[in-house]
Design a binder for this molecule. Structure first.
Ligand SMILES: Nc1ncnc2c1ncn2[C@@H]1O[C@H](COP(=O)(O)OP(=O)(O)OP(=O)(O)O)[C@@H](O)[C@H]1O
Ligand SMILES: [Mg+2]
Length: 289
């Protein structure tokens, strides 16, 4: 980390109140219940991993946390409008029509505090430069955002979120599609931002990423388990969440994989490559025997 990044460690969130979900139900306009009975707490200075199969409600929970979706039932306190929240969304393709340089995308992070017309202060510039350095995107700043590769865009979006300097940092599958050094950089950032006093929440399909967090919420359109990684990431819970046989842990605890990866009834190993892929032959860090 640069001296500048180290100096910035002095962050203390203005509002240290934890975010509490109490009996939250999420229902989409088509009547689909994406989540029900969600009760959990997110403390400042801690990191949380949301784990669950595709469609289990991870993105929906993050959307509710930042106020993009309202609970159908239950409460979220404090109201998301009472905190500053930065969200790195799951997909960045929808921004590809915008003729913006990377520098512009990063500058957008400061508009909330600075407005569109006020001059950027030295502090704004330091925040942007430090974030760009930490994600190794400083060398891309004159490039068109729409011309970047998927992994480069992802790193720019994480840098933008960091430069928000928000109380709450939400990242939806932040390491999906990234090369190994970039994945490691993001994992370091999760840890550093938590140490700075933020609430950090990520969704992930990678057990090794989830295991580094203070808290894991295992979702299957409801809360299957919540607690420390050791408490939550057990074979029994994973099988309950995925409705499938899954292997996790040492050999004694191990369950073999089958041939097919269907979300409906077969056997799937979702944690073995980048994001939504379902690789059958290799790279099963924690789940193969
Ligand atoms: N805009 C929407 N309208 C209706 N239903 C939706 C909408 N967005 C999501 N859903 C449904 O809500 C459920 C939860 O979706 P969500 O995107 O939160 O899952 P996820 O855990 O993030 O999945 P993934 O791992 O694929 O990203 C799914 O059944 C999904 O089909
Ligand atoms: Mg999602």
């Amino acid at each position: 980390m640069s001296d500048r990044a180290a100096n910035a460690k002095a962050f203390v969130a203005q509002n240290q109140e934890p975010v509490v979900f109490d009996g939250v139900v999420a229902k989409y306009g088509n009547g689909h219940i994406a989540l029900s009975g969600i009760s959990c707490k997110f403390q400042h200075g801690t990191s949380t991993a949301l784990v669950g199969a595709n469609g289990s409600g991870k993105t929906t929970l993050l959307r509710m946390m930042c106020g993009l979706a309202q609970p159908y039932q239950g409460t979220i306190t404090p109201d998301p409008s009472k905190k500053t929240i930065a969200l790195v969304a799951q997909q960045h393709g929808q921004r590809s029509w915008m003729p913006l340089t990377v520098a512009n995308v990063l500058r957008m992070s400061r508009f909330r505090d600075r407005g569109l017309v006020k001059r950027f202060s030295a502090a704004d510039r330091i925040l942007i430069e430090e974030s760009a350095e930490r994600l190794e995107v400083a060398n891309l700043k004159n490039r068109q955002f729409q011309e970047l590769s998927g992994g480069q865009r992802q790193r720019v979006m994480v840098a933008q979120a960091l430069a928000h300097d928000a109380d709450v940092l939400l990242m939806d599958e932040p390491i999906t599609g990234l090369d190994i050094p970039s994945q490691e950089a993001i994992l370091r950032i999760v840890d550093e931002e938590r140490q700075r006093g933020r609430i950090v929440v990520i969704s992930t399909h990678h057990m090794d990423e989830a295991e580094l967090c203070d808290q894991v919420l295992l979702l299957a359109n409801r809360m299957v388990a919540a607690g420390t990684p050791g408490e939550v990431l057990t074979n029994k819970n994973l099988q309950e969440a995925f409705g499938l046989r899954m292997a996790h842990g040492d050999e004694e605890d191990c369950v073999f994989h089958g041939e097919h990866d269907s979300h409906e009834g077969g056997v799937v190993h979702v944690f073995n490559d980048h994001g939504h892929g379902h690789d059958h032959g290799h790279g099963h860090d924690h789940f193969d025997c």
